[in-house]
Design a protein around this ligand. Structure first.
Ligand code: NDP
Length: 246
């Protein structure tokens, strides 16, 4: 059941995170939104409140472990507990390896991998102690299939896949009743391409997205489906994307 669950979303200021926040709030969840851009978080929180939802927000940088600890504590203080964390913040500054955009490689590793690890470490003690909880993370179809220009992004998303599968296995072994779900979106209409600086890569990506992208609301629906299952049922993985995208 979604109603009354406390759900913390990272990368909530736009795209998939924002769409998921709106949908879950409309189904009665209590939302805690985290991202760096406060103006975007405030606007979204106002929209959710105006629609009758329950929401709070805090600016965070997922690359900072303390920031993740702080927002988990904020959620618990505000709503008396935490049921779901959606580790969704991500960047995709794709480029060929030969361009040696090493700063961008490092930011992807910091946000897409360390950000997820920081979120897991912030929430795991709480979920283990309460013997319940749901960790959801956004990987990508790039975490399932390699493509030129996507070496580092793909590597970070493969890492998310591995981390989440091992979290699922260890949680089951420890009988901690923690559910996990990893989502693998294909082309979704969000702000993600704004982080791509390599112009040739951007041109190719835009051409693909112009042809195939679907709304982030579709991803939000499958996340809601996973949360809505009974506590003994774990929807651990799903891909979601445009029907005709090859
Ligand atoms: P957006 O660019 O719209 O959203 C990315 C979100 O991540 C923003 O809310 C941004 O907020 C947040 N973010 C980035 N860096 C940080 C940081 N250091 N600390 C906190 N928050 C951060 O794109 P999407 O909605 O598409 O991206 C969401 C996830 O979906 C990502 O993990 C992405 O890799 C994945 N994905 C997207 C696909 C697509 O086609 N759109 C396909 C496959 C996967 P802010 O800038 O305010 O901090």
């Amino acid at each position: 059941m979604i109603k009354d669950k406390v759900v913390l979303i990272t990368g909530a200021s736009s795209g998939i995170g924002a769409a998921t926040a709106k949908l879950l709030a409309s189904k009665g969840a209590k939302l805690v939104l985290g991202a760096r851009r406060e103006d975007k978080l405030r606007k979204l929180a106002d929209e959710i409140t105006a629609a009758g939802g329950t929401v709070a927000y805090e600016t965070i940088d997922v690359t900072d472990a303390e920031s993740n600890q702080r927002i988990v504590q904020f959620a618990k203080d505000k709503f008396g507990g935490l049921d779901v964390i959606f580790l969704n913040a991500g960047l995709m500054p794709n480029s060929p390896l030969s361009e040696l955009k090493t700063n961008e490689w490092n930011s992807m590793i910091d946000v897409n991998i360390k950000g997820v690890l920081n979120g897991i470490s912030a929430v795991l003690p709480t979920f283990k102690a309460q013997k319940s909880g749901h960790v959801i993370a956004t990987s990508s179809v790039a975490g399932l299939k390699a493509y030129p220009g996507g070496a580092v992004y793909g590597a970070t998303k493969w890492a998310v896949r591995d981390l989440m599968e091992v979290l699922r296995m260890e949680s089951a072994q420890e009988n901690s009743h923690i559910r996990t779900a990893t989502i693998y979106p294909a082309a979704i209409k969000t702000e993600l391409l704004s982080t791509t600086t390599d112009q040739a890569t951007l041109k190719g990506a835009k051409a693909l997205y112009d042809e195939y992208q679907i709304s982030p609301d579709r991803v939000a629906s499958v996340i809601a489906f996973a949360i809505d299952q009974p506590d003994d049922t774990n929807v651990s993985e799903f891909t979601v994307g445009p029907t005709d995208q090859p």
